[in-house]
Design a protein around this ligand. Structure first.
Ligand code: NAP
Length: 489
């Protein structure tokens, strides 16, 4: 029954469903490119397919709006962000329905994402008032060293489909709070959430050009955003491969580049862990968003003596997961985003089985068809398998058996990625020992849930070079200006 209701009829505020790009305070363009619901393949809406011309207009609009926005007082900027936050919170249910309809995640998770996305706006509305300068000790008696933090300028934000709301607000709320103006290029799978956020920003009273959202041709828009001289920072969340490309393009005009890229998280269960808590943590970090998060567990390492118990308990939980349309209230696992994602998940399972892994639960497409895949548990995983080297981005949990702490630290760090890692232990000395040796930007100790606007989110190695969230997140969008002030007389 749910599936037969058109998206627009599900929403209490129909004008929230924007089907045009947002440039210089106006919704523009012809909605000609379909957006599909991954749960059933239905076309739910269409948005404009724009290119270099419109991206250039958006950058010019953001550039023209920059000084007006940057020169507002921090309290004025804060007030507009706060109004945006209030509007997002008020539209929570409609935004969650839009998000699930285009992305597929269970509605409960979509509501959680809207809360998470809104929290960044709220946090940075407050943090706008705390971008501090310094008066440093001087090298001369009659001179003063004054250091100011200035907004970097026009910011480009290129975002993925797996968190259609939060990956946008996590970048643009701090950028706007710092005094920057922004041009967003959302993922083609999930433009509706981005445009609904733009509509709410418009109602909140951001000046024309402060926020722009351009949908369409990624390469053409991306080339403008990474090479136009007016863009001073390129913020990108997405795959490591595309991140490297954008970084090289941005080098031509020496822009700041803030990258939040892919992960391949290890999840380590030591023999002194609370096994039930570890199973709960593994479920949360592996199966959230059907395994399609950058901080999702990809490699589960379990110590020899607790291996069988952990696998047995983990298998029971995985087998109970309810798969279905995200708009159905019972659903815990939605579809994968598209056929490409399904093919990758299949390839990882087939490769692991061909190299000696054993199937414990699932392992195949789901009876619902389409891009639904069975939540899957494999054991006997090894470093030679694809899932050890690449991010699976799907509901596949692969268990590796290990003997010693030293051995598992080497194995966990044996990855080009360095985003999130998790481990379970009740031994305080081990906690510090292991934490200090893990080469990752974020570590969950006795928890599988680490994302919050209050902490600096980000990775090391090929997982990126920036931090989003906390007071660190706003500093990315500022640069230092130093003045040497000579006292006369
Ligand atoms: P993706 O393929 O890299 O795409 C991300 C965005 O980049 C999309 O909007 C995409 O648009 C755009 N894009 C692709 N090629 C481009 C180009 N040449 N110029 C400009 N834009 C371009 O990644 P995804 O599949 O959407 O997202 C999944 C990846 O994101 C995973 O690796 C995941 O780990 C990572 N991720 C990281 C974080 C983090 O915080 N570290 C958070 C979430 C996700 P088109 O699709 O139109 O090409």
């Amino acid at each position: 029954m749910l599936k037969s209701v058109p998206l627009v009829d599900r929403l209490s505020d129909h004008t929230l469903l924007k089907l045009q790009a947002y440039i210089n305070g106006e919704f523009i363009g012809v909605a000609d490119t379909p957006v599909k619901n991954p749960a059933n393949g239905d076309v739910i809406a269409a948005v404009p397919h724009l290119g270099a011309t419109e991206a250039t207009r958006a950058v010019e609009a953001a550039s023209a709006a920059f000084s007006g926005w940057a020169n507002k007082t921090c309290k004025e900027r804060s007030a507009v962000l706060r109004r945006w936050y209030d509007l997002v919170v008020a539209a929570r249910e409609d935004l969650a329905i839009i998000l699930t309809s285009e992305q597929g995640k269970p509605l409960s998770e979509a509501r959680g994402e809207i809360d998470y996305a809104a929290a960044y706006i709220e946090f940075y509305a407050e943090e706008a008032k705390r971008v501090l300068g310094e008066l440093l000790p001087s090298h001369r008696a009659n001179a003063r060293i004054l250091v100011q933090r200035r907004p970097v300028g026009v910011v480009a934000a290129i975002t993925p489909w797996n968190f259609p709301a939060a990956m946008i607000t996590r970048k643009i709320a701090p950028a706007l709070a710092a005094g920057c103006t922004v041009v967003v290029k959302p993922a083609p799978e999930t433009p509706l959430t981005a445009l609904a956020l733009a509509e709410l920003a418009d109602r909140a009273g951001f000046p024309a050009g402060a926020i722009n959202v351009v949908t369409g041709d990624a390469k053409a828009i991306g080339l403008v955003l990474t090479t136009h001289p007016a863009v001073r920072l390129v913020g990108f969340t997405g795959s490591t491969q595309v991140g490297k490309l954008l970084m090289s393009q941005a080098a031509t005009t020496v822009k700041k580049v803030a990258l939040e890229l892919g992960g391949n998280a290890p999840f380590i269960v030591f023999d002194d862990a609370d096994i039930d808590a570890a199973v709960e943590g593994a479920m949360a970090s592996k199966f959230r968003n059907t395994g399609q998060t950058c901080v999702c567990t990809n490699r589960v390492y379990v110590q020899d003596s607790v291996h069988d118990l952990f696998v047995q308990k983990f298998a029971c939980k995985i087998a109970m997961l309810r798969v279905g349309d995200g708009l159905d209230a019972n659903t815990e696992q939605g579809p994968l985003i598209n056929e490409r994602a399904l093919a990758k998940v299949r390839a990882h399972v087939d490769d692991a089985l061909s190299k000696g892994a054993a199937l414990v639960v699932g392992g195949d497409g789901h009876a619902l068809g389409g891009t639904f895949f069975q939540p899957t548990l494999l054991q006997g995983a090894t470093a030679e398998m694809l899932l050890s080297k690449e991010e699976t981005f799907g509901p596949i949990a692969a268990v590796f058996r290990f003997k010693s702490e030293d051995e598992v630290i080497v194995a966990a760090n044996n990855s080009a990625a360095g985003l999130a890692a998790y481990f379970y232990s009740q031994n305080a000395s081990r906690m510090f020992r292991v934490l200090e040796q893990l080469d990752f930007g974020m570590v969950g100790i006795n928890t599988g849930v680490i994302s919050t606007e209050l902490a600096p989110f980000g990775g090391v190695k090929e997982s990126g070079n920036s931090r989003e969230g906390s007071h660190h997140g706003i500093l990315e969008f500022t640069e230092l200006r130093y003045a040497c002030v000579e006292l006369q007389g």
